[in-house]
Write a protein that binds this ligand. Structure first.
Ligand code: SF4
Ligand code: SF4
Length: 191
């Protein structure tokens, strides 16, 4: 009898507790800040073109060989609008085969690919998640706006410029301190 009551009490307590899980797919828990989703291509809004120059390093390094692409001469470069001599023409990632290893992001020297927040990719068709250039760029643009994305190269240059600007000020501060230390010493000796 006592154990039955204990059991009922436990059931009641558990049923009143706030749930820690969500009824997916009806409910979606908020994504963690560093949540990793599928790879997406970034967009350079300054010149209206992808960052990707089609070097194919990621394609060669992908362990599941789910990427492919082709490059062309960049017409923006010919017009003097872009520094990229080559640009991606076609690109495809079969997201159904991607294992989210992030190697493509690691090896890209052009900040052209990022692990986005996109993670819901189930599809009825076997090859339903073959994603082409426009789809990958849309995913990238979404990720860039969600995270206020700045190219790591631009970020690095800004930090270097900040450091360079701060260096003369720090040196000037040191010189000031040295001068006052020398002045104090001189005053001490005079006394
Ligand atoms: S995403 Fe990066 S590594 Fe891959 S083809 Fe484009 S520029 Fe090259
Ligand atoms: S995350 Fe890994 S498996 Fe997916 S496309 Fe990039 S390299 Fe290939």
């Amino acid at each position: 009898m006592l154990s039955t009551l204990k059991g009922m009490l436990m059931t009641l307590r558990t049923s009143l507790r706030k749930p820690v899980t969500a009824q997916y797919p009806k409910e979606h828990l908020p994504l963690m800040e560093r949540q990793v989703g599928f790879p997406a291509l970034t967009w350079d809004a300054d010149v209206s073109e992808p960052y990707c120059v089609g070097c194919m390093v990621c394609v060669r390094m992908c362990p599941t060989q789910c990427m492919s692409g082709t490059m062309i001469d960049n017409p923006h470069h010919a017009e003097g609008k872009s520094t990229r001599r080559k640009i991606i023409e076609e690109f495809e990632i079969n997201l159904g085969r991607c294992i989210l290893c992030g190697l493509c992001v690691e090896v890209c020297n052009f900040d052209a690919i990022e692990m986005s927040h996109e993670h819901e990719i189930s599809h009825f068709a076997r090859n339903g998640r073959r994603s082409d250039l426009p789809v990958l760029l849309e995913m990238g643009k979404k990720y860039q706006s969600e995270t206020n994305w700045i190219s790591p190269a631009v970020k690095k240059a800004a930090i270097a410029a900040e450091k360079a600007a701060a260096a003369p000020a720090a040196e000037a501060g040191e010189t000031k301190e040295d001068v006052s230390a020398v002045a104090d010493e001189t005053e001490g000796e005079a006394k």
